[in-house]
Design a protein around this ligand. Structure first.
Ligand code: XIL
Length: 573
């Protein structure tokens, strides 16, 4: 259901003001303006994170979204992009006009993305784009050139701008010309920033206050320029009958074949979208459901990217395996701040109630607790019983797991609830401690339904024997628990395609054969957006870890997965 901006309201609030702006600046060298297209009226701003369409325009909530560092400190800003809204396709020169209304002390920014950023949860690849806004009474401009997180150009113009500012940006030849309240305020070099002839929009609020209002937004070609507006693509993609998901559905005991997906590429890259919908029957949100995205400020929720993934699943008859409610990573800074144990517990249960409640009935499964086991030997010999002594454990002890599952069950009674962990596919103290934990949870009547085995293989030492994994799956069956392969990727070097293919297929075969294994999911499917990319460089170089390469060519791993689903020796229909 696309909630669109109300036509009359926006026209009443902003039309006249912007029309005034667009005729007030004339002069010999000013190119003629073509017809203006309204970018709010009738366009989708309801799926833009933090945005609320109102009578006065689009209200931009201050989200303070950041890519938090592992130590919980600040991190790179991560303002949202309106990927399901309108974007411009143009040639030659063009003019964009916006009306920004803000309370004193709130800084209001409009982002113009020549290329949309790629967002991981530990890193955001800022590609080419510009930002213009009003901050501290001045007009601020930044330009990113796609070679760094930081802007290549930062400028400030004028002073004493009021609460309501009419901004305009013109792409004119090789320069960007900036205008505020009908007067030119400056010009900066920068045509290349929009060299692909596309502009997506984003907005961000900073400083004090809860946000500001985008009262109008429109664009028009200049001189001999050409411009059109495109809305987001349809989410439903064509289906074949012979993809991985079909092979898995045709088994005597059907299972689901899944992958982790991200809203960014899903809405901007048609190859990604089509392959995802065609091949997979289950999706895990790679990052878009994590706390730093959905609750960036305490009590301020932004579910829009997550909702887009859920909509995509519904449009393509896929299920959603939601990921994740309680983890020690991907937390917004405020969640890691010092607080009392009672408050920490409240933060956890409120987060679970709000997030699982929001997606209730629309997702099939949840990773309720992610990665509870410790990486430190000492935690296996002391009182921690192998559990990671993170902030949730510190506040509640092992019972944080009980509380999390009970709260999730209440919030979404029909979802299948999982604990998800890495490094437990093999024998050793980590598995032993997890197994003992599961027995304690079952004895206490904790509503846990299954365990996800991540199966990340980042290095040769991570490779595990499918038969050892099979014993783990069977041990869960004896406890009455389901199992799944939840996040498999196999990072390999040059010439190791067969190793990769064997690893993927071996685990899938086990899942197919063991009656309590419900699904097999890879952690992404194309190296173009794989989470093993080498991010020390800018832009990152893709890792070789997934069944499709960075150009969407299927690798031997893909054919091996098909083979593991097609072999008749363990009972296809
Ligand atoms: C990863 C994401 O894929 C990356 O984009 C991010 O930068 C780091 O986290 N175990 C998990 C996943 O449960 O959530 C992690 O996802 C990979 C390890």
């Amino acid at each position: 259901m696309a909630v669109r901006v109300d036509r009359r309201a926006v026209l009443a609030a902003a039309g006249a003001l912007l029309a005034g702006a667009s005729t007030s600046c004339t002069g010999g060298s000013v190119p003629a303006r073509g017809p203006a297209t309204d970018l709010l009226e009738g366009r989708d701003w309801a799926h833009f994170a933090g945005a609320v369409p109102t009578r006065a325009g689009v209200r931009i909530t201050r989200l303070d979204r950041r890519i938090t560092r592992q130590d919980g400190s600040g991190g790179q800003p991560n303002p949202p992009v309106n990927l399901r809204g309108p974007h411009l396709v143009f040639r030659g020169d063009l003019r964009i006009e916006a009306l920004l209304t803000r309370p004193a002390g709130t800084d209001a920014y409009l982002h113009l993305y020549g290329e949309t950023p790629v967002v991981y949860d530990e890193w955001r690849q800022e590609r080419r784009g510009a930002r213009i806004g009003v901050a501290g009474g001045r007009i601020r401009f930044d330009r990113w050139d796609g070679d760094s997180d930081r802007p290549a150009v930062t400028r400030a113009f004028g002073r004493d701008f009021g609460d309501e500012v009419r901004l305009a940006v013109e792409v004119r030849g090789s320069r960007l010309v900036l205008e505020a309240d009908g007067k030119a305020v400056g010009s900066v070099p920068g045509r290349d920033v929009f060299g692909r002839g596309r502009i997506w929009f984003g907005a961000d609020a900073q400083g004090d206050g809860d946000g500001w209002t985008l009262g109008g937004l429109r664009a028009m070609p200049l001189g001999r320029g050409r411009m059109s507006v495109q809305d987001a693509p349809a989410l439903e993609v064509p289906r074949s009958t012979d993809a991985l998901r079909d092979l898995a559905a045709d088994l005597d005991r059907p299972i689901r074949i899944g992958t982790a997906l991200a809203a960014g590429p899903l809405l901007t890259d048609s190859d990604y979208r089509e392959t995802a919908g065609e091949e997979f029957s289950l999706l895990t949100p790679e990052n878009d459901f994590k706390p730093q995205f959905v609750q960036p400020r305490r009590g301020v929720f932004a579910f829009q990217e997550g909702d887009s993934l859920v909509d995509f699943a519904a449009a393509n008859d896929m299920q959603v395996h939601a990921h994740t409610l309680v983890w020690f990573e991907a937390l917004p800074s405020w969640m890691r701040a010092e607080m009392t144990h009672a408050d920490r517990r409240r933060v956890m249960t409120e987060h679970i109630r709000a997030v699982a409640g929001h997606f209730r009935g629309r997702v099939a499964e949840w990773d309720v607790v992610n990665e509870p086991m410790s990486d430190e030997d000492e935690d296996y010999t002391n009182d921690n019983l192998g559990l990671r002594p993170h902030l949730w454990f510190e506040a509640m002890g092992e019972r944080y797991i009980d509380i999390a599952f009970r709260t999730a069950r209440e919030a979404d009674p029909h979802a299948v609830l999982y604990l998800n962990e890495y490094g437990v596919e093999e024998d050793g103290p980590r598995w032993d401690a997890l197994h003992a934990l599961l027995i304690r949870l079952m004895e206490r009547g904790v509503p846990i339904d299954g365990v996800g085995f991540q199966n990340h293989e980042y290095a040769p030492g991570d490779r595990t024997d499918p038969e050892v994994f099979r014993r783990k799956v069977r041990a869960l069956a004896r406890l009455g628990l389901k199992a799944r392969v939840s996040e498999m990727d196999v990072l390999v070097g040059v010439g190791e395609e067969d190793v990769q293919a064997r690893q993927f297929a071996g685990k899938l075969a086990v899942c197919r054969e063991e009656p309590n294994c419900t699904s097999f999911s890879t952690w992404g499917f194309t190296d173009r957006y794989g989470s093993t990319a080498d991010i020390r460089h800018y832009p990152p170089s893709p890792g070789d870890a997934l069944p499709w390469d960075a150009s969407y060519e299927a690798k031997p791993a893909y054919w091996a997965l098909r083979d593991a689903l097609s072999r008749s020796d363990s009972g296809r229909r």
